[in-house]
Write a protein that binds this ligand. Structure first.
Ligand code: FE
Ligand code: CA
Length: 551
């Protein structure tokens, strides 16, 4: 098998993502695969593998680096993690790969120089799936870091770091996690990712959705601002969505953030189209018909899968179940939810630009008016009831807390859980009935930071508290001036919201122990400057068994 691969690897010259390489080089100080290591690796490869020594397909004659989109890892378990890359030498034009299957070599080891390789193999990157690669590296040790890289022909990725979760039976003392959302490419730089990628010892990054936007800031709103060019049209088909992922991944800080820790990713609306609900496009959609919208959704879901390190089978058609669990020993149980694919179409109207607000209608209170769909609701109930974790973390998309825009107001943000009040009541009843301890809801979507408690009765300051909610602001997407104008009113009329900041980009850093959940809200001073300062704007603590307060 080995004669197909040269014994000497020439490291590809990276240019566009030099800083990512710089970061990866700090993770792995050795930047070239040395001759001795190469020999050892070749020996390991030729004796390993379940295919009995079947030949590698000869690498295609690529004239430029196919690893322009970096690497990623995700969905870690206590014995495995999904390793991801996609071959795209011409990233903004469909990928630029020949129309053939390509063998991609991967290796994973226990040291940052990959001298101790513990797993390796060959994955087939096929044109039908955009030459993406999802390797489910399994049989690993629990609760430890690993390093990995990919290679095709003469081209090799830098070494990136990932880690496994502690065993289900383990009682880890701490966990450190980043929370991010909303990363439109053009408005400002991904300064928040620069900061996240420089953070030590992250065990996990959770993404609450809007990893891409279907169109640029300027295309969305003629007055939109951008610090960098988005040359792509609105995505409505598979190639269009692939190109938008590629554009987003041209940001070196995003690639650096993927290269330091495994991610747990869900989606929101912009991975398909703004404010879509199940099979309904937004008002004014480029794809207004149901059938054409479902074809668009199928393309968008496939492109999401192709670019996301998830342990899911490739989709076929417009449906893709992505709600799933994860566990960090008995310290934290994660439920990753999907509030887009199954939610009831917003029949109450969703018209007022800027805030997605309008009056609720009688349908909002019908039992079948759903945010999660019956199946997912049942799954959540089973998962919560069966959880012995200290912290039960709900990773989802849209704001769950109630926002009152005026005392006794009759308009609500219908795209948030406020638009699905009966479904929210059911979710709360499920939380209460499950007895799951210390629920924490992580949300995104609104391009602003919110910290608060989820109360059985949002209007009663003395109400029973059911959970804590942290809403992370956008990495880069535009804050809403309309929301900023009413933030004080919302705070005045929403006793369970502790704090909000509605003008800045950033992310949240969560340090979780058996006794307490501590959160630092990391906000960017000026995201139009790539080297902008990033600071902890406020800090919060939730004692296990207790409720939220400022730290
Ligand atoms: Fe967003
Ligand atoms: Ca959104």
């Amino acid at each position: 098998m080995r004669e197909r691969v040269d014994g000497r690897f020439v490291r590809a010259p990276f240019s566009a993502d030099a800083a990512w390489v710089g970061l990866a080089a700090r993770i792995s100080r050795r930047r070239f695969l040395g001759a001795a290591a190469a020999t050892a690796f070749l020996a390991a490869c030729s004796s390993g593998g379940s295919d009995g020594g079947e030949a590698l397909a000869p690498p295609p004659s690529l004239s430029s680096d196919p690893f322009t989109l970096g690497v990623a890892s995700g969905d870690p378990t206590d014995d495995g993690v999904v390793l991801w890359t996609r071959l795209a030498p011409d990233p903004l034009a469909g990928g630029g790969m020949p129309d053939e299957d390509v063998d991609v070599v991967w290796e994973l080891g226990t040291d940052e120089d990959l001298k101790q390789t513990v797993a390796q193999g060959v994955a087939s990157a096929i044109p039908e799936l955009g030459h993406s690669v999802h390797v489910d590296a399994s049989g690993l040790d629990a609760d430890r870091p690993y390093w990995y890289r990919f290679r095709v022909g003469d081209f090799e990725t830098p070494v990136a770091r990932t880690r496994t979760m502690p065993a289900a039976s383990a009682s880890p003392g701490r966990m450190r996690m980043g929370q991010v959302s909303c990363q439109r490419f053009d408005p400002v730089f991904f300064v928040a990712y620069r900061d996240l990628a420089a953070t030590e010892d992250l065990d996990l990054v959770v993404h609450c959705g809007d990893y891409i936007y279907e169109k640029s800031s300027v295309a969305d709103d003629a007055s939109g601002t951008s610090v960098r060019d988005d040359p792509l049209p609105e995505a409505i088909d598979l190639v269009g969505y692939r190109n938008r992922y590629a554009l987003t991944k041209s940001d070196e800080h995003l690639l650096a953030a993927h290269a330091i820790a495994p991610w747990l990713v869900t989606w929101d609306d912009h991975e398909v189209e703004n404010n879509y609900t199940s099979d309904s496009p937004e008002i004014g959609s480029e794809t207004p018909g149901r059938e054409e919208f479902l074809a668009r959704r199928a393309a968008a879901y496939q492109a999401w899968w192709e670019h996301t390190p998830v342990r899911l089978d490739a989709p076929s058609g417009p449906d893709l179940r992505i709600y799933r669990p994860a566990s960090f020993g008995d310290l934290a149980r994660f439920l990753v939810l999907d509030t887009r694919q199954y939610r009831s179409p917003q029949v109450c109207g969703d018209t007022e630009a800027g805030l997605d607000v309008g009056p609720r209608c009688p349908e909002s209170f019908e039992p079948e008016f759903t945010a999660l769909g019956d199946e997912q609701e049942g799954w959540v109930a089973d998962q919560l009831a069966g959880s012995d974790a200290i912290w039960n973390v709900i990773v989802q998309q849209v704001v769950m807390q109630q926002w009152r825009f005026a005392p006794g107001n009759t308009i609500w943000n219908l795209d948030q859980w406020d638009g699905y009040p009966a479904a929210r009541d059911r979710f709360f009843e499920t939380l209460r009935a499950s007895g799951a301890s210390n629920p924490v809801v992580l949300s995104g979507d609104v391009h602003s930071s919110w910290v608060g408690s989820l109360a059985a009765d949002f209007d009663d300051p003395a109400s029973e508290i059911l959970a804590t909610e942290f809403v992370a602001t956008a990495i880069s997407s535009e804050p809403s001036g309309a929301l900023t104008a009413v933030t004080d009113v919302v705070l005045d009329n929403s006793p369970h919201i502790a704090w909000a900041e509605t003008t800045k980009r950033g992310w949240m850093l969560h340090d979780v122990t058996r006794d307490a959940w501590r959160t630092n809200v990391r906000l960017v001073f000026d995201p139009t400057m790539e080297d902008s300062q990033v600071e902890t704007e406020s800090s919060w603590v939730v004692p296990a068994g207790g409720t939220l307060s400022e730290a």
